[in-house]
Design a protein around this ligand. Structure first.
Ligand code: ZN
Ligand code: ZN
Length: 401
């Protein structure tokens, strides 16, 4: 049975024409122009994308991705087209529908068909420029728990009673396999590295760890990712419409994996995941290696007035623009005798924030480079450590008065 992917709901022309019908005489041409422009306006109003301008890194494009979500084809509550549409609206570049392969509670209403979630989502997402990845969730009790497999060629082939055979099949298809929500069944969510995981890992099969699932961040899994050099992922695992779980607070975003890819293509996403070039964005926080978080931060901000002039014991302000979609909470730890800066500042997303600078009495006259060391408190480069970086200014110190 073939199902047509549903099309966006565009109001039919007769309705729009009726709505602009006017008792005063006007030319047919004017009416036609009016109705055409209204059709355009209706589309623009109903379907908009919130762009998430995370900066690109040197040599890589930054892609916003959610590699874990469900549809009615397993235990989700939305049709696959909705996943593609909401991902586009949420500013994402790539998604994977990972319906459970072995668990289909709607099977009496919707026939089990492992090929369809991807096909339906792709048909809707591709015209929007969304990268849709063929995937599935291997769903077992613990151990080993749930594993997602991305970039499959045949999802149904993973439906095997033997877990090792299922994972091996995913790997043989070129799949990228990651462990979902490691700690979710453990007391206090203390994740346990099972013998099964060790085997998958030593086989080279287990390549990723979900360190953020929904709103849960797993510091134990994060440490594994660092120690074992496994790719870090953060995903929604959405079952309901994403708007049910995120967005109640203004500006709240779903969790996502930032992928630093050589191009904006499916194959480049795959290459970047195997090469471990990712970071996680969740609940206003960045999580990942300093080698990615430092340029992400530095390329997000721009000092509007990098050359400042200040008198002895005087004060001035530095304006810092944050072009990214997230706030940065920055704490300055340097207190030199010649300069004092605001101890803590929030660089607000999409705005210019002020940093107050005061000159001490010990500053000699003249122009020089000043490096302001700081810590970005919502950028976690290990489970216990935030990003250390610096801002550079050119300061002209003037003698007193
Ligand atoms: Zn799961
Ligand atoms: Zn899931």
């Amino acid at each position: 049975m073939h199902m047509h992917p549903s099309q966006p709901n565009i109001k039919s022309t007769p309705n729009i024409k009726r709505s602009v019908l006017n008792p005063t005489p006007r030319s047919l041409g004017a009416l036609l122009v009016a109705s055409l422009s209204l059709v355009g306006a209706a589309q623009a109003q109903t379907r908009t994308r919130t762009e998430l301008p995370f900066p690109d890194l040197p040599g890589f494009v930054t892609l916003r991705c959610d590699f874990h979500m469900h549809s009615v084809f397993s235990d989700g509550n939305v049709w696959p087209t909705v996943r593609a549409e909401e991902a586009w609206r949420d500013g994402l570049d790539a998604i994977a529908l990972t319906d459970h392969i072995e668990y289909a509670p709607h099977k009496n209403e919707i026939p089990v068909n492992h090929a369809r979630p991807y096909e339906i989502a792709r048909a809707h997402g591709e015209p929007l420029g969304l990268i849709v990845i063929r995937a599935g969730e291997i769903t077992r009790g613990e151990p080993p728990g749930h594993l997602n497999a991305l970039f499959l060629t045949n999802v149904a082939a993973l439906n095997q009673t033997n877990t090792i055979a299922a994972v091996r099949t995913a790997v043989e298809q070129g799949g990228f396999v990651f462990w979902n929500h490691p700690g979710w069944k453990q007391p206090d969510r203390k994740s346990v590295w099972y013998a099964e995981q060790e085997q998958f890992f030593t086989n080279g099969w287990l390549r990723g760890l979900e360190i953020v699932n929904g709103s849960d961040y797993d510091p134990i899994a994060y440490q594994w990712g660092l120690d074992k050099q496994i790719t870090l992922l953060g995903n929604s695992d959405a079952h309901n419409p994403v708007g049910f779980d995120y967005g109640a607070a203004p500006g709240e975003l779903r969790p996502m994996t930032l992928v630093f890819a050589k191009a904006r293509t499916l194959e480049a996403v795959r290459e970047a995941l195997f090469a471990r070039r990712t970071a996680v964005f969740s609940q206003g926080r960045l999580i990942g290696d300093a080698q990615f978080l430092e340029p992400l931060f530095q390329r997000s901000i721009k000092i509007v007035n990098p050359e400042i002039r200040i008198r002895e014991k005087g004060r001035t302000v530095v304006q810092i623009r944050n072009q990214s979609p997230m706030n940065f909470e920055v704490r300055f730890d340097a207190k030199s005798p010649e300069l004092t800066v605001t101890e803590k500042v929030v660089l607000v997303a999409g705005k210019v924030s002020l940093l107050e600078i005061r000159a001490g009495s010990g500053a000699a006259s003249g122009e020089r480079d000043v490096i302001l060391n700081c810590k970005v408190q919502n950028a976690l480069v290990t489970p216990n450590e935030v990003l250390s970086t610096s801002l550079r200014l050119k300061v002209q110190f003037d003698a007193g008065r």
